[in-house]
Design a protein around this ligand. Structure first.
Ligand code: FES
Length: 204
């Protein structure tokens, strides 16, 4: 959870894009006042960070990964490069200007854009079945409509291991305000403290 002093009362949630030594990288889409102010900050200016909070991707019982990212939902996927697991990526964005695939290995990343300006034309869920290889665990992060479709495809294909990193509005980030519930979950779990990563069985 990130707080900046300039005119914003609340913290905003970001997933970790990658990390090295004592530094952590965030991939931020400039969209809305907070992210514009955040990305306008100069070297030396300070932001207040709380975290890491919630859970993360669990890969203990996984042999190979098929990771899907929609829009800025591809931000947390690069952490799989910190594992030794065979990982392939399928990421989508509106167009080439959104830099789909940023930070991911080009030789193992399929890119789709809605206007066809980079990679295949369409959305991630159009290409799931074409690129998915049986036995891979699915990890997905992106907008709600995309995740609902991925859930459906995983159930149809009987994917054994599927995990979903959910997005939600957050205020406290520690399970205290009930501001981060989502209709994607079967029970009234909190995205910030019970998640943000949930198993296929937890989703409607
Ligand atoms: Fe407050 Fe999740 S953001 S409970």
């Amino acid at each position: 959870m990130v707080k900046i002093s300039e005119g914003f009362e609340f913290r905003h949630p970001f997933s970790v894009h990658t990390f090295s030594g004592e530094s952590v990288d965030f991939l931020v889409e400039r969209k809305g006042g907070f992210t514009k102010s955040l990305t306008d900050m100069q070297v030396g200016q300070k932001a207040d960070l709380t975290g890491p909070l919630g859970n993360g991707f669990k890969v203990q019982d996984v042999k190979a990964i098929f990771a899907l990212g929609g829009g800025i939902g591809s931000a947390p996927l690069a952490v799989f490069e910190k594992t030794s697991l065979k990982t392939r990526y399928l990421v989508g964005a509106r167009n080439v200007n959104s830099s789909p695939g940023y930070g991911l290995p080009p030789d193992r990343t399929y890119v789709v854009t809605e206007d066809g300006s980079l990679g295949e034309k369409g959305v991630v869920t159009d290409y799931f079945e074409k690129f998915y290889e049986q036995g891979e665990a699915v990890f997905a992060c992106g907008p709600e409509a995309m995740l609902r479709k991925v859930v459906q495809i995983c159930r149809d294909k009987k994917v054994e291991n599927a995990f979903f990193c959910l997005e939600a509005l957050m205020v406290c980030g520690i399970g205290a305000c009930a501001g981060c519930t989502t209709s994607l979950l079967k029970n009234s779990k909190k995205v910030c403290s019970d998640g943000p990563v949930f198993k296929l069985e937890d989703l409607v």
